[in-house]
Design a protein around this ligand. Structure first.
Ligand code: MOS
Length: 765
């Protein structure tokens, strides 16, 4: 972290043009197919049911897996009797720590090892230790899934239980404050916050709570796994294809090139479609059984094995002068993070970039409990962080008797308020203005509980969302251009429903000056050129940078092939542009040769190059964030406390929008997740035993269609000059800010401030 700080300081003094990726992209302002509305190219396959997901890949001689989970949080196995399970109909194998092969702990996700996908540091089925309630004790393989499920009920276990720590409140006493992966430092103090807070004309101080949340993609985690000798083949549902392959190679001590991970379609992934125990156990059991294995996590197994967002408790104190100018921002709090867990719920990041405040006091503590490792979940850090900060801003606006939009306008950050780094592009107030107009903000009553329609109290609220721009190094793409003028792009990138191939096809077409139907894209397989994960809202920029680099290489390669007997003779790559199915000198249209002509003269059918996303130095020089303004109108029954969200508007400032259709879906999906966070979702934990009680969609509530109003989304569409294509990430930003906007609207409707998510009707009575 000291190193990052040092690098940041040095980069601050270097011209942007020297930094790879930081100089303006010529495509940022150009519009041919980028920016237009294009349907997803994978759409028809999905609608027809011909898209093949991980659990559907056919294999001969397939066995089906079921898991037996521990029912205590900590201890050792005293007795594990599998004889009845082994004798049950259809059972081919029962695997426990007694017969499981020796396996290494997989390398874990981090910013330095792009081939690591593990989410925790624990051994998988290597000993008799129990480390969380839900850990897998036995794997059953049977001819059918039903037989495996039945046999799983026949395993008899007893334990020597050890004392466990599963209570958040008690864990706070032993909280740690380490530096972490997502936050440079967990403590930030700048500009004498104690004095500024004491001197503030107006201040508020409140504590907000957000619960544990579990991930519920429509496709539960699944893998179809086979060994061919020493080669391991995994059809997985993952947002980390190459990282999963690299990690499994380490686990089994085999060569990286002998692990194949294929994942062309993923039925939703929000951060947790990475490497968990089920792929490792499935591969181990397949090895023991000598037959292919399908692991299809039940919803319950998913809740017990795959981490989500952790519980947080956040205190926010804000102080301002009488005009609402922020003097001090204090953000202190706790998030659960088991010691064996990789991801931290870095809510303390939120308040560092949003407002031009004079002083900061930010501390985040981690509570170590004997629980399932937590994971990344759409907007990790910022989703709970914006709930606290943006509710607090609403409380301050109320105390100031000031319009909440006006309060934000008076505190808009013109550079990074902590580091002083310039923004690459930022205009959150443009988003506020668009959103306010769309929802009709003028109809909002300044005084709470003054608008109603029969028994329904009506209120409006708003909140900011934020998520950093991230571009990953190492992501690469191959462009193969043939003599027919067709370009094919290939990369081991991921499709979780957001339109990866669709958008990069538009990008490659514009970059290469080709019509859309002359470009095809293949993704989703570890044998393709390396790609980092689809996470941190980074994939579009990372893959975009790779395609941009590949197209530069392609121009150079074509000029070499063209030789001297061409109108292009003597030109350097920087002097030509792709246009009209060939290369053309910039500012001299007569100097042109088509791809077909160049390749024919060189005696080549095709030309192929690989480009790679460079080190993302722009992230260190500039302050880069996607931001949003979320608006909500709610109706709350005065009789029952029932909350209906009547309208939801999201206005986004995320650089240039690359595809109006896929972007609208991303934003709306993210906002629906925020709506779930606001009103419905909560992983219920029995704190005595560490056992999750809500392991199906009957107990873990997500918004259903009737809960979701028409959602309006819009964007400023201002190109970011420091990013590929002018775009910043849009995957996670939609979820941030929504819970606060809903809570603030509920306060405006009812006069009741609920600081604990989810806001269920009992909390309004
Ligand atoms: Mo996202 S939490 O990085 O899929």
């Amino acid at each position: 972290n000291a190193l990052i700080g040092g690098v940041r300081t040095v980069l601050g003094h270097l011209p942007a043009a020297w930094l790879p990726g930081a100089s303006p992209d010529q495509l940022a302002d150009k519009r041919v197919t980028l920016g237009t509305q294009q349907p997803r190219i994978d759409g028809p396959e999905k609608v027809r049911g011909t898209a093949r997901f991980a659990a559907e890949v056919p294999m001969d001689d397939l066995l089906h897996a079921a898991f037996v989970h521990s029912t205590i949080a900590r201890g050792t196995i005293a007795e594990l009797d599998v004889t009845a399970a082994e004798a049950a109909p259809g059972v081919a194998l029962v695997m426990t720590h007694h017969n499981a092969p020796r396996m290494k702990v997989p390398p874990t996700i981090g910013l330095t090892n792009l081939k690591a996908a593990g989410n925790h540091t624990l051994p998988v089925m290597q000993d008799a230790e129990i480390r969380w309630n839900g850990q897998v004790m036995a794997v059953i393989l049977a001819e059918t899934r039903e037989q495996a499920d039945h046999a799983a009920t026949l395993v008899r276990m007893s334990y020597d239980a050890a004392p466990s720590r599963t209570r958040f409140e008690e864990g706070k006493a032993h909280a740690r404050t380490p530096d972490s992966m997502l936050m440079e430092r967990n403590r930030l103090e700048k500009g004498n916050p104690a004095r500024k807070l004491a001197e503030a004309a107006v201040s508020i101080d409140a504590t907000y709570n957000t619960p544990w949340l579990s991930q519920n993609p429509i496709e539960p985690h699944a893998a179809t796994i086979a060994w061919q000798g020493e080669k391991l083949i995994v059809h997985d549902a993952t947002q980390m294809i190459n990282a999963t392959a690299g990690s499994l190679a380490k686990v089994f001590g085999i060569k990286e090139e002998d692990v194949f991970v294929s994942s062309p379609f993923v039925g939703g992934g929000f951060g947790a479609k990475g490497l968990w125990d089920h792929q490792i156990l499935g591969a181990a059991a397949a090895k023991l059984a000598g037959r292919p294995v399908r692991v299809r996590l039940s919803r319950a197994s998913m809740h017990r094995l795959v981490g989500g967002r952790t519980q947080t408790e956040q205190r926010v104190a804000l102080g301002s002068d009488a005009n609402g100018k922020l003097k001090a921002l204090l953000h202190h709090g706790y998030a659960t993070k088991p010691l064996h867990s990789i991801c931290d719920e870095g809510f303390g990041l939120t308040g560092r970039s949003l407002y031009a405040c004079e002083s900061f006091d930010i501390v985040q503590h981690y509570v170590d409990l004997d629980l399932l490792a937590n994971s990344f979940m759409r907007g990790p850090g910022e989703a709970p962080g914006t709930f606290a900060i943006e509710c607090a801003m609403d409380e301050l606006a109320h105390a100031l008797k000031m319009d909440p939009v006006e309060l934000r306008r008076r505190n808009v950050a013109t550079c990074d308020p902590v580091s002083g780094a310039p923004h690459s592009q930022s205009d959150i107030m443009a988003a506020y203005d668009m959103g306010a107009q769309r929802i009709g903000w003028g109809r909002r009553a300044a005084e709470p509980r003054t608008r109603s329609d029969g028994e329904w109290l009506i209120g409006m609220g708003c909140a900011s969302g934020t998520f950093p721009f991230i571009r990953m190094p190492g992501t690469s793409a191959r462009i193969t251009l043939d003599s027919g003028g067709h370009a094919h792009v290939a990369s081991a990138a991921h499709e979780m429903g957001m339109g990866t191939a669709t958008v990069q096809r538009q990008h490659a077409a514009d970059r290469l000056g080709l019509p859309l139907d002359s470009v095809s894209v293949t993704i989703g397989d570890s044998r393709l050129p390396f790609a980092s994960f689809a996470g941190g809202s980074s994939q579009t920029a990372s893959l975009g940078a790779a395609i941009s680099a590949a197209s530069d290489k392609l121009a150079a390669q074509l000029l070499r092939l063209a030789g001297n007997d061409t109108p292009l003779a003597g030109l350097k790559p920087g002097e030509v542009r792709f246009a009209d199915g060939g290369l053309r000198k910039i500012d001299d249209p007569a100097r042109y040769e088509s791809f077909a002509s160049i390749l024919k003269r060189a005696g080549r059918e095709e030309v192929s190059v690989i480009g790679e996303s460079t080190a993302p130095l722009e992230m260190l020089k500039f302050s880069m964030h996607s931001t949003s303004a979320i608006f909500c109108e709610v109706r709350v029954s005065e009789v029952t406390g029932e909350i209906r969200v009547a309208r939801l508007v999201g206005a986004f400032d995320c650089g240039r929008i690359l595809n109006a259709q896929t972007a609208a879906s991303q934003f709306k999906g993210g906002m629906i997740m925020g709506l779930g966070m606001a009103l419905a979702e909560e992983t219920l934990l029995d704190e005595r035993s560490g056992r999750i009680m809500s392991t199906s969609l009957a107990e873990y509530h997500v918004p259903v269609h009737l809960d979701v109003p028409d959602i309006d989304v819009m964007w400023t569409d201002i190109p970011d000059p420091r990013t590929p294509m002018g775009a910043r990430g849009i995957g996670e930003i939609g979820t941030t800010g929504v819970a606060a906007a809903v809570a603030n609207a509920i306060f405006n409707a009812t006069g009741i401030r609920v600081r604990d998510l989810p806001i269920t009707l009992d909390k309004l009575n």
